[in-house]
Design a protein around this ligand. Structure first.
Ligand SMILES: *[C@@H]1O[C@H](CO)[C@@H](O)[C@H](O)[C@H]1NC(C)=O
Ligand SMILES: *[C@@H]1O[C@H](CO)[C@@H](O)[C@H](O)[C@H]1NC(C)=O
Ligand SMILES: *[C@@H]1O[C@H](CO)[C@@H](O)[C@H](O)[C@H]1NC(C)=O
Length: 941
């Protein structure tokens, strides 16, 4: 909207003249000398430009009085949403309104009780689409403060990664907009998770990576990147934006620490100097402009040349003028400190520190940044993947909030799939961030921090019509949009969501992690995680146990303890002696009273919780790595016979490596997994190529290999990967596999493939494309005809397995799924699940009778398995039983990956306040039949 006030009497003709001149002069405001005195012909324009430099950025006051959104798409129908439970984002995220919302012209026109007979509503005369929300929760659209969507598009194809420039460390002139791919398959997927807006940042390999842009994720009728932008600064198409237009926020990416330093073979010292040098340049340019302008504004034109413009530095000059939201990737105290000093030296505010894994340890440092205290944008549980992230904590959001620092959760998409950004907020909530701040962390506060809080992030009259109708309370695990509106446009024709029961419609209850959070700060982010030792002769009694799931020879069987014959509920008890359940059921029958007299008894009230088998993680290098990006903490990668020459000492090409030989115990990720119910792990040697080697099954609790029960099974299965990139062709990989399966290879490798041939141990193949999986099925049959023995084949990853679910089931092939995201061409045909498709990939495979497990990729994800399992069950809308869900993360995983253990020796996990994976539940104990002990995890915590 033009704001002519500044220039008073300037005529339209003069404006036109001004612009036609600017169009021909890139980089300088021309100085047109008049014949007399020093005043140039275009003095008025120069004055306007100088005055503009003093104006403040931000929306004009009339933004909320607009009657049509600048993003309104012609033909969008007005919508009346009735009977909603609206989280408005107002009042610090605590306001909830039962009411109706009217959307028109891309805007929220009205919120409250809208009588259909009212003047406003009846003025639409039947043009209105009425949606009955039936009491469903509505929030503003989710706003992602940190995304690379479009710049690192899915699927990634060669040359299409436009995230990091390699041309220099200081590049404030670059713009993420220039690489924004409109065909990213993530747009509809992220919308299906409720995300409507994202700040697309350049990557972190440069100290100053360039300018970032806010986009809305929906398709536009123009189909261009520019048309996706939300309130773009006028600089996108003009070196000298019209000085009369209101200033809009600009956005900039900075990064400090490891990433920019490593990318430019520099040290932190070099990177910080690069910042200072750049800011000094920008400051000089700004000072030149300011002194030029102070002369202009004093009407003293003597000796003035051209306006001292510097196109390269103009964005950084705008940072110094406080017109740019600076978003800084910065992890450790050492880096935060450098950036805080920089902000004070050059006097510019920082909008947010991103990643900032140590911010919770140095809140005062964060607050001493120049100007307004920066927000801190975090992952919920992602951490420890490099030194900088080693002290990351799930308790950081709550701790920062306690210090009054604004907490945001972010995706860094595609690092985390932004479709599940709300899950980050849910986890932050689970670990103690108050619910109002948890929701605000991905909606209202992220909108505010990106400078868009005047039009998005709230359900409020005059705001953009970006809304999500949820199928549950938004902080309940598995919350899924029933509909998403962006600029008033409904994003789904039909949403596949099943009605969720009442208990999903309430704010979930969460456990108390207060002590754990305190300890985390006390130990500077590294609280001891080893469970305390318990004396062998102790008896443990669990009170108020709702159910017990125990393994038998066939699988998992659930026993409800809480219903007595007369129908009244009386929770049961479970007694553990020497790591075994000796009684489970009625307190009187189990002899509770007698036990209470004894002294060597630990009594643990589970408050309606349950006891289930410990989970088993697969897919990440847990056990072989402590810090992913630190080679000195890792086992390393193995050589691949298809591409590397293998030393003769190893047996040449026929060598096969055992993961068990490289195990490192006691990593923080392993112990965290243990504390959250993941008591064992199966890991294969880390391989970048075709051959993986021999997997191992081990305890996530053990502190070294000689610990009792540390290695549960030394050799589990043979692992290979058949994939599309950076290797000999897929056909070559299959040819190699065929020879191996035909028994044509000697040595150690021949020995283990012989076991695969005879069906003794499984062959585990990472494969994603349906075509590769189909080829593997044919190969399996080919060999079986020859050997007349069934080969055990398990496919992992398996993004496209659902396309041939029938054939996979028929062939008796098992599958371990990792959560699908269409990262590469070979896994682009995912089955996304609700709300986009009726079935999730998990359900599709289960419904065909495929034996299925759930895996992960990153070590830090291992601890989240219980949530993944619970989520799968929620998504299936009750069509998967509790035992089936747990089996997806335990029993099935073990069977599919070659674990053979006596069901009596499975660890059991006790949760308080709910079932494993419930937001109300906390893992409080692990029972080990092998060690004949019970770990009480809260002791010492
Ligand atoms: C916002 O809510 C948080 C958490 O509930 C609370 O600690 C904080 O004081 C509130 N802020 C305001 C301004 O009310
Ligand atoms: C330049 O971009 C602005 C939005 O920032 C838009 O309103 C205007 O139409 C664009 N001008 C041209 C000539 O494309
Ligand atoms: C979704 O799938 C279930 C079976 O898994 C079926 O009963 C139901 O009818 C399907 N719903 C729709 C809308 O297709």
């Amino acid at each position: 909207m033009l704001k002519l006030g500044l220039l008073g009497g300037l005529s339209v003709i003069a404006l036109f003249f001004f612009y036609s001149q600017l169009g021909d002069n890139f980089g300088v405001i021309p100085f047109h000398h008049r014949h007399h005195k020093h005043k140039p012909k275009n003095a008025r324009e120069i004055v306007a430009h100088c005055k503009q430099l003093q104006t403040r950025v931000g929306p004009t006051d009339d933004i909320l009085r607009r009657s049509v959104s600048d993003r309104f798409e012609e033909g969008t129908k007005p919508v009346l949403i009735k009977r909603a439970k609206i989280w408005t984002g107002r009042k610090n995220g605590t306001e909830i309104i039962d009411g109706d919302i009217l959307l028109d012209k891309g805007l929220i026109k009205s919120v409250g009780h809208l009588d259909v007979a009212s003047d406003l509503v009846s003025s639409y005369r039947g043009r209105l689409q009425v949606v009955d929300a039936k009491g469903a929760w509505i929030t503003p659209g989710i706003v992602d403060i940190h995304s690379h969507i479009g710049n690192a598009p899915s699927p990634i194809l060669s040359g299409a990664d436009d995230v990091d420039s390699t041309k220099g460390t200081i590049e404030p002139w670059l713009r993420s907009l220039d690489g924004l791919n409109t065909h990213d398959e993530s747009y509809p997927l992220s919308i299906s998770g409720g995300v409507t807006t994202a700040l697309v940042l350049p990557g972190s390999e440069n100290a100053i990576g360039g300018q970032a842009y806010v986009i809305k994720l929906r398709e536009t009728s123009e189909r261009s990147p520019s048309s996706m932008l939300l309130e773009p600064p006028y600089h996108i198409n003009s070196s000298f934006p019209n000085p009369n237009l209101p200033r809009r926020w600009r956005h900039m990416k900075h990064a400090c620490g490891e990433t920019p330093s490593a990318a430019h073979s520099a040290t932190r010292m070099d990177t910080t100097w690069a910042f200072r040098e750049a800011y000094n340049q920008a400051k000089k340019a700004k000072d030149d402009q300011d002194s030029f302008c102070s002369q202009v504004l004093a009407d003293n034109w003597k000796g003035l040349g051209d306006f001292p413009e510097a196109l390269q530095w103009e964005a950084l000059v705008d940072v110094l003028r406080g017109r740019v939201k600076v978003n800084v990737h910065c992890y450790e105290s050492v880096d935060l400190d450098a950036l805080v000093r920089l902000s004070n030296e050059f006097k510019f505010p920082i909008a947010a520190f991103h990643h900032a894994s140590e911010a919770y340890l140095v809140p005062d440092l964060v607050k001493s940044s120049y100007g307004k205290t920066p927000a801190v944008a975090l992952f919920a549980t992602g951490g420890r993947y490099k030194r900088e992230a080693y002290r990351a904590s799930e308790f950081a959001p709550r701790i920062l909030a306690q210090h009054g620092i604004t907490v945001l959760m972010k995706s860094d998409h595609p690092l985390l799939d932004s479709r599940h950004l709300l899950y980050e907020a849910q986890q932050a909530f689970y670990y103690g961030l108050p619910y109002n701040l948890a929701l605000a962390s991905v909606i209202t506060n992220s909108a505010e921090v990106m400078g868009m809080g005047h039009r998005i992030g709230y359900v409020k009259e005059g705001y953009d019509a970006d809304l999500v109708i949820w199928d549950s309370h938004p902080l309940a695990l598995g919350a899924t949009p029933k509909q998403v509106f962006i600029d008033g446009i409904p994003q789904f024709g039909h949403a596949f969501v099943t009605e969720k029961p009442d208990n999903f419609q309430k704010l979930p209850r969460v456990p108390n992690f207060g002590k754990e959070a305190d300890r985390t700060v006390q130990y500077e982010g590294l609280p001891p995680l080893e469970p305390p030792k318990t004396p062998l002769e102790k008896v443990t009694v669990f009170l108020n146990v709702k159910s017990v799931v125990q393994p038998n020879k066939e699988g998992l069987a659930s026993k409800e303890l809480h219903t007595s014959p007369d129908g009244t509920t009386s929770p049961g008890i479970v007694i553990i002696e020497r790591g075994k359940v000796v009684c489970a059921g009625d307190p009187a029958v189990c002899g509770l009273d007698g036990l209470r007299q004894r002294t060597n008894v630990d009594v643990v009230d589970l408050e309606g919780g349950s006891i289930v088998p410990g989970l088993t993680t697969y897919g990440s290098p847990v056990g072989l790595e402590e810090i992913n990006q630190e080679p000195s903490t890792n086992d390393g990668t193995i050589l691949d016979p298809l591409t590397d020459s293998i030393p003769a000492l190893l047996g040449g090409d026929t060598a096969i490596i055992r993961a068990s030989d490289g195990l490192e115990f006691g990593s923080r990720d392993a112990l965290l997994a243990y504390r959250f119910g993941v008591t064992s792990a199966i890991t294969a040697p880390k391989s970048p190529g075709f051959l993986g080697g021999l997997g191992v099954h081990f305890s996530t609790r053990a502190s070294h290999r000689l610990d009792e029960g540390a290695v549960i099974q030394d050799i589990t299965a043979v692992h290979v990967a058949v994939r599309h990139f950076g290797k000999p062709s897929v056909s070559t990989q299959i040819a190699a596999l065929r020879r191996l399966l035909q028994g044509k290879v000697e040595g150690a490798m021949g020995h283990y493939f012989g076991k695969v041939r005879s069906g003794e141990i499984p062959l585990v193949v990472e494969a994603h494309s349906a075509d590769i999986i189909a080829t593997l099925i044919i190969l399996k049959k080919e060999i079986e005809v020859d050997t007349r023995r069934a080969i055990k084949l398990t496919i992992t990853g398996a993004s496209e397995a659902h396309l041939i679910a029938t054939e996979i089931a028929e062939a008796g092939v098992g599958v371990i799924l990792t959560p699908p995201i269409p990262m590469l061409w070979e896994d682009r045909r995912i089955l996304p699940g609700p709300p986009l498709t009726n079935q999730s990939a998990i359900e599709a495979l289960l419904s065909h009778g495929v034996v299925l497990g759930i895996g992960c990729q990153q070590i830090w994800q291992a601890r989240n398995l219980a949530f993944n399992v619970a989520w799968a069950a929620i998504e299936a809308g009750g069509r998967i039983s509790k035992e089936q869900a747990i089996a997806l993360g335990s029993w099935n995983v073990e069977r599919l990956l070659g674990v053979e253990r006596d069901p009596d020796f499975l660890e059991l996990v006790a949760t308080r306040g709910g079932d494993l994976g419930d937001f109300g539940a906390k893992v409080v104990a692990v029972v080990s039949p092998t060690r004949q002990e019970v770990d009480l995890l809260e002791e010492g915590a």
